[in-house]
Design a protein around this ligand. Structure first.
Ligand code: COA
Length: 255
C-alpha cells in the first residue's frame, strides 16, 4: 500500500498527511483517490468529528504531479482529482489545515474549502494555472475573487504571482501565521478543541455558513473541470509540462 498519503484516526480526528516529500508532495491520481476515500470514510464515520490536513514543516504541496498531467490527465468528472475536490467542497465536518513552505496550484485552492488554516511563516501560496496553459480549478475562479477582491485575485490567477503567509493572513485565507516547526502541532491543538464539541452542532453550523453557496461551488468546480480537462490536451499546457520535465522555461510564442 502506498505511503504517499498517511491516514490516521485517533481521538475523533482523522489526520491526512501528504507524505511524498521527494516530489515536494506533488499529488498523483492515486493520492487524490486515497484522499477522496479517506474523506468519504471520515464523513460517514460517526466517531470522526474533524479532519486535519497537513504536510511537513518544509512543504505543503507542489500541486498536481506534472508527469501525471502528461501521462494520465484527468479526462472525466469521475477522475480522482475531481472526486477529491467534490469531497472537500461537500465535506460536512470541520477541516483544519496546516500549511508550510510551497502550496502550489491545488495546494492553495483546496484551502478555500478548509475551515481553519494555520500557516508557517515560510508558507508560499501560488496558483500558476495560466503559467501552465491552464485555467483555475476547485472553484477558485469564484472563491479567490470573493475572498481577495477582484484585482488581487487577478494578480494571483492571471499573473500567477505567489504570495506569502502574511499576505494570506491579510486577505483571510489563513487564521494565524506561526513558526513552521510548530504549525502541525498548533493545527492539531485547534482540531482537538473542535473534536471536543458536539458533532451535530459542528455539522449544522458549517452547513448553515456554507448553504448560500454550496450548489454554486459544485457547479463552478464542474465547469472549471470541463475547461481544465480540455486545456490539459492543448499546445500551451503540453509545452509548459514538457518544459518543466526538461527543466527549461516554456516558450509560449506559438500558442
Ligand atoms: N510534479 C512533479 N514533480 C515535481 C513537482 C510537480 N508538481 N514539483 C516538484 N517536483 C519534483 C522536481 O522535479 C524535483 O525532482 P528532481 O529531484 O528529480 O529534480 C523534486 O520534485 C524537487 O523539486 P525542486 O523543484 O528541486 O524543489 P524546490 O524546493 O527547488 O522547489 C517548488 C519547490 C514546489 C517551488 C517547485 O518544485 C515547483 O515549482 N514545482 C512545480 C509546481 C507546479 O507547477 N505545480 C503544478 C500546479 S497546477
Amino acid at each position: 500500500m502506498s505511503t504517499d498519503i498517511l491516514v490516521h484516526t485517533e481521538d475523533r480526528i482523522t489526520t491526512l498527511t501528504l507524505n511524498r516529500l521527494a516530489r515536494k508532495n506533488s499529488l498523483t491520481a492515486a493520492m487524490y483517490a486515497a484522499l477522496a476515500d479517506a474523506l468519504e470514510a471520515a464523513a460517514a464515520d460517526p466517531q470522526v468529528r474533524v479532519v486535519l490536513l497537513q504536510g511537513d514543516a518544509t512543504v505543503f504541496s507542489a500541486g498536481n504531479d506534472i508527469g501525471d498531467f502528461l501521462n494520465q490527465p484527468p479526462s472525466t468528472q469521475e477522475s480522482p482529482v475531481f472526486r477529491f475536490l467534490r469531497a472537500m467542497a461537500g465535506f460536512p465536518k470541520p477541516v483544519v489545515a496546516a500549511v508550510c513552505g510551497p502550496a502550489v496550484g491545488i495546494g492553495t485552492t483546496l484551502l478555500f474549502h478548509c475551515d481553519l488554516v494555520y500557516a508557517g511563516d515560510n508558507a508560499a501560496f501560488s496558483m500558476p494555472f495560466v503559467n501552465l496553459g491552464l485555467c483555475p480549478e476547485a472553484a477558485s475562479s469564484l472563491l479567490v475573487p470573493q475572498m481577495m477582491g477582484y484585482h488581487r485575485a487577478a494578480e494571483a490567477l492571471l499573473l500567477g504571482e505567489p504570495f506569502m503567509a502574511e499576505a494570506a493572513l491579510e486577505v483571510g485565507l489563513v487564521n494565524r501565521v506561526v513558526p513552521p516547526t510548530e504549525c502541525n502541532t498548533i493545527a492539531q491543538a485547534q482540531a482537538k478543541k473542535l473534536a471536543a464539541k458536539p458533532l451535530s452542532s459542528l455539522i449544522e453550523t458549517k452547513r448553515l455558513m456554507k448553504r448560500g453557496q454550496s450548489a454554486q461551488v459544485l457547479e463552478c468546480i464542474a465547469e472549471e473541470a470541463a475547461s481544465f480537462g480540455r486545456m490539459l490536451q492543448e499546445p500551451a499546457a503540453r509545452e509548459a509540462f514538457t518544459a518543466f520535465m526538461e527543466k527549461r522555461r516554456p516558450d509560449f510564442s506559438a500558442v
